[in-house]
Design a protein around this ligand. Structure first.
Ligand code: OAD
Length: 229
């Protein structure tokens, strides 16, 4: 028999208990930085050092922390299900926990990309990416991140996965940023849907949805246990 398919959509909340700040909670990143100063193509043109520094700090943090119980329990699902993780997060905690199929909608903090050819992507050694670090064509490298106002090329690969899923689990996202926030709309009407978040996320008119208002480290291992039974 073919394995049932699970798609897990994650946001900053799944990594919060690892010690990575979310964006929109109290004291979140967007309370301490302005999006238009650090996370747009215009910011990059205006002040690339500031942008590099912002992402260097994020990268440093990611390298210091570890996956948590939520990341690890999602790996367990692979025993009985075909699992795809679609994350808005730029950290690598799902991969470090051991999840096999992880798709990053908003890019990856541990990689750089050529400003001349978007297909040239490189791993970053250590935590810093600096001015004058160049790709093989001699152009400045930028963080491999999707900035506000840029295309989200991985949507194309994500939509069919959500459409095929028998179960969709949404964890720790305020669903404030499109197109990522619209992905669940592609799920089959009768697919089983779960939303895990300690805050109340505005979500109406979704059929067959169970809302679990709790933190990822508490709720995800429990849900995974239930699904594996
Ligand atoms: P947000 O900061 O907008 O939302 C974080 C969500 O996590 C909120 O709904 C919180 O209630 C929830 N949360 C907090 N602690 C949690 C915990 N312990 N367990 C579970 N959930 C918890 O972050 P995202 O929705 O991921 O994009 O933000 C989406 C995008 O906006 C990011 O990918 C980033 C940002 O700007 C770019 O930079 C392009």
């Amino acid at each position: 028999m073919e394995m049932r398919r699970i798609v897990v959509l994650t946001g900053a909340g799944v990594s919060a208990e690892s010690g990575i700040k979310t964006f929109r909670d109290a004291d979140g990143l967007w309370e301490n930085y302005k999006i238009e100063d650090v996370a747009t193509p215009e910011a990059w043109k205006r002040n690339p050092s500031l942008v590099l520094d912002f992402y260097n700090q994020r990268r440093k943090k990611v390298l210091e922390v570890n996956p948590n119980a939520a990341h690890y329990s999602l790996v367990e699902l692979e025993k009985n299900f075909h699992v795809n993780i679609i994350t808005q997060n730029i950290d690598n905690l799902h991969e470090r926990a051991g999840s096999k199929n992880v798709l990053h909608l908003h890019g990856e903090i541990t990689k750089s990309r050529s400003t001349n050819n978007h297909k040239l992507i490189y791993p970053i050694e250590g935590w810093q990416l600096n001015i004058d670090e160049c790709c093989e064509l001699g152009s400045q490298l930028r963080p491999h991140i999707v900035w506000f106002g840029e295309q989200v090329p991985e949507m194309e690969n994500s939509i069919p996965l959500v459409q095929m899923a028998d179960i969709v689990i949404v964890i720790g996202t305020s669903l404030a940023v499109y197109p990522a926030a619209g992905l669940i709309m592609y799920a089959k009407k009768d697919a089983e849907k779960f939303l895990i978040d300690p805050a109340s996320v505005p979500y109406d008119r979704i059929f067959n949805l169970r809302i679990i208002r709790d933190t990822a480290c508490k709720a995800v291992p429990q849900l995974v246990n239930d699904l594996l039974k």
